[in-house]
Design a protein. Structure first.
Lengths: 455, 150
């Protein structure tokens, strides 16, 4: 998208030099100036607890229109409120925005700079995913917005649109039923209101959604055709396509494929049935069973929207059966080391792509219970741990760690120890027959068995 | 209050001699009150490389500690970065005397102004924003956005 189209109409309409009372710049400079003390400061406006995001926007828009400065003037005020995102008996999720606003009216347009500090409150004793959602939202709902509009209503329609993008992204990073996601997302802005906002867009209006997978580096190219020093961009241009539907402006019906290496990532693009599928893969060293092994990270995007993430690493080791029994029953350190290694691996790879989903996944892995007592020992594992056979013999085992997330299916973290050779241990009645790849122990967190086909 | 903005021609871009920094657009905004020139701001448009360079070199008194949270959780390196900087207030008196409250361009190119305005040590970072829609930008403001000039 041409850069100019992303600037506000008031910015685009400027000539090379302008001078006027209170001007029409529309730039950050003067918008920020409003936050820095230009114009009077009004008392804080507390909207209290409202029914929905729409109610908040209506009330906030009315307040804004009521106090709006005249042409060429500016003012500051603080706006607070509470919006219920989800409410069932025993469970409530509330969004409490606090907006430090600087507002100016210039050439008929209202410019608002908002410092948003938002709290997300979740009632006690709720499901883990709600806590994850709270953490994700809390990280995303703070910062600064600048919005240009005709009036207070338009300003806050755009505000809700921004919040809806953020909250949809946060919902996608946690495992929650679609019905709950729909309730939470529409609690901020309903599909209908979103539609109306889009219908109200001017012809040049476009919605540039962050889909949060840009590889650091160049700011220009898509995956295919990007140079080695360039970055991978994952953003989707959505626009009013004339039918008042958001359409993917970058979609293409051409079936092409390409690949490029960017930093630690190999990126491959395929077009299947008109759907653009990008797969990014990278490897990272993590410690498993005292060995540094190369783990594989794969991420798949569909039409530039992150759809799947998988990180797998495995290591084989020979150790005494006695030591193996200790690992399976009392020795915790190997599991914690593995978990910390995974978290570090995800975090380090994410330094390249700065993806909130990966940040969230690293947090999920890091907070997963990994006490050995949480693991499940298989029937064979039980036989091994309960056997009275001579366990001085060496065992060959393989440990595998598998972290995966899939849009709409959720999160899964699995650690497995299995035999890595076919043998027998003990004698007579204590003899155990071991077959390669027999599972001895497994620890699963989240949804088990996510189908992760990256082909 | 009066605000005047001047889009700086490419040939007159400031801060061009810093390796790793590439600007695609620059605009300077002068704010005057009854007491004279009260603020000089420059909005600089750059890319992810420029933003990284700015941070690495600590330009415009950047330190991680001055930065507020980024709405949405982070910047998208694929988008333009709108960086707003403010001139230190101790330069405003001199530059205010030189400003006739009418035309920014001759003021901007004068030697006395250029000697101040081209030195990045004379500015503080106010905000870094990115476009989301044509009407909305997301980003972060620094502690200077509220403390500077107060």
């Amino acid at each position: 998208m041409p850069q100019q189209q992303q600037r506000s109409a008031s910015q685009n309409s400027q000539h090379s030099s302008s001078s006027s009372d209170s001007s029409s710049t529309g730039s950050n400079s003067d918008a920020m100036a409003q936050l820095q003390g230009q114009g009077p400061e009004l008392p804080e406006q507390n909207l209290g607890s409202v029914d929905s995001g729409a109610s908040f926007a209506n009330m906030a828009g009315s307040v804004l229109d009521a106090v709006a400065p005249g042409e060429g003037s500016a003012l500051r005020f603080k706006l607070t409120g509470s919006i219920p995102l989800y409410k069932t008996p025993g469970v409530t999720v509330s969004f409490k925005p606090s907006l430090d606003m600087g507002v100016a009216r210039k050439k008929g347009k209202m410019e608002a700079s908002m410092k948003l500090a938002a709290a997300v409150e979740v009632s006690a004793e709720v499901d883990a995913w709600l806590i994850d959602l709270q953490a994700s939202l809390s990280a995303s709902f703070s910062g600064t917005l600048k919005i240009v509009g005709d009036d207070g209503a338009e300003i806050f329609d755009e505000f809700l649109l921004s919040l809806r993008y953020i909250i949809e992204g946060a919902c996608d990073t946690v495992s929650m039923p679609d019905s709950i996601k729909e309730s939470i997302v529409s609690g901020i802005m309903s599909d209908e209101a979103m539609q109306e906002t889009i219908e109200g867009m001017d012809g040049n209006d476009k919605v540039q959604l962050d889909l949060d997978a840009g590889l650091s580096g160049s700011a220009s190219a898509g995956i295919v055709g990007a140079s080695a020093s360039a970055s991978v961009k994952h953003s989707m241009t959505l626009q009013n396509d004339g039918n008042d539907q958001l359409s993917a402006g970058s979609a293409t019906s051409t079936t092409v494929a390409g690949s490029v290496k960017v930093g630690p990532f190999n990126a491959e693009r395929k077009i299947k049935d008109g759907v653009k599928i990008d797969t990014l893969s990278a490897s990272h060293t993590i410690p498993i069973l005292g060995q540094n092994v190369s783990a594989s990270l794969k991420m798949q995007f569909k039409n530039e929207q992150l759809d799947k993430v998988q990180l797998i690493g495995s290591a084989s080791k020979e150790l005494s059966w006695d030591d193996l029994v200790d690992m399976m029953t009392t020795e915790n350190s190997w599991l914690n080391t593995l978990k910390n290694g995974l978290v570090n691996g995800i975090s380090q790879l994410n330094q390249q792509i700065d993806n909130p989903v990966l940040n969230n996944l690293a947090g999920r892995v890091g907070s997963s219970p990994t006490d050995i007592s949480d693991a499940t020992i298989s029937p064979l594992g039980e036989e091994v741990t309960n056997s009275t056979a001579d366990f001085d013999a060496q065992a060959q085992i393989k440990a595998t760690a598998d972290m995966s997330w899939q849009r709409g299916k959720g999160f899964s973290f699995k650690v497995t120890i299995a035999t890595n050779n076919t043998t027998s241990i003990g004698y007579g009645g204590n003899k155990l027959e071991i077959t390669q790849n027999d599972r001895l122990l497994y620890l699963t967190v989240g949804n088990d068995g996510l189908q992760m086909d990256f082909s | 209050m009066s605000i005047s903005t001047h889009i700086i021609p490419k040939a007159q871009f400031v801060f061009t001699d810093i390796e790793g920094l590439h600007w695609t657009e620059q605009r300077i905004t002068l704010t005057t009150s009854d007491l004279g020139l009260s603020r000089v701001s420059i909005e600089l448009t750059t890319d992810a490389y420029g933003w990284v360079t700015l941070k690495e070199l600590g330009l415009f008194e950047y330190t991680p500690e001055i930065c507020g949270p980024i709405l949405g959780g982070g910047f998208n390196p694929a988008k333009p970065y709108y960086i707003t900087i403010d001139l230190h207030s101790n330069h405003l008196t001199l530059l205010g005397i030189l400003y006739d409250n009418e035309d920014v361009e001759p003021w901007f190119v004068s030697d006395a102004v250029q000697s101040v305005i081209t030195d990045c040590r004379n500015f503080v970072l106010i905000s870094t924003m990115q476009p989301i829609t044509s009407k909305t930008q997301w980003g972060m403001t620094t502690t200077y956005s509220t403390s500077h000039h107060n």
